[in-house]
Design a protein around this ligand. Structure first.
Ligand code: ZN
Length: 118
């Protein structure tokens, strides 16, 4: 597990904070992929930020890691909301990587990442 930094650059220590600064920034469908990335990153790595941008998972780290981008690229084919197979779609002028079911939901209700959080 890498070290997680908060928005002020301090290492967070509690699981609640680690979750807040990483897992709550992206949809639940990408959580298994983020776990895979955290398992891949060395313990002395600092994770500066986790977010979604242009329908892709972004994980910013303190140092370059060969292979990290390959893992991040998987987010282009995984629905961010439910974890099923997804494709990048432009919905309401935003790019989301989602499945057809979630795409329909977003079109009707807007993109609400927090609704699918437990
Ligand atoms: Zn979906």
């Amino acid at each position: 597990m890498p070290r997680i930094l908060d928005w002020w650059g301090k290492v967070v220590t509690t699981p609640e904070q680690q979750r807040f600064y990483t897992f709550t920034q992206i949809g639940k469908g990408w959580h298994p992929l983020l776990k895979e990335i955290f398992d891949f990153l060395p313990e002395d790595t600092c994770v500066l930020q986790v977010k979604e941008k242009f329908g892709e998972l972004r994980v910013y780290t303190s140092a370059h890691h060969e292979g990290l981008q390959t893992l991040l690229n998987k987010s282009r084919t995984i629905c961010e909301l439910c974890g099923d197979a997804g494709t990048q779609r432009r919905i309401n002028s935003w790019v989301h990587t989602v499945c057809s079911v979630c795409a329909e939901k977003i079109e009707k209700e807007g993109f609400r990442r927090q609704l699918i959080e437990e």
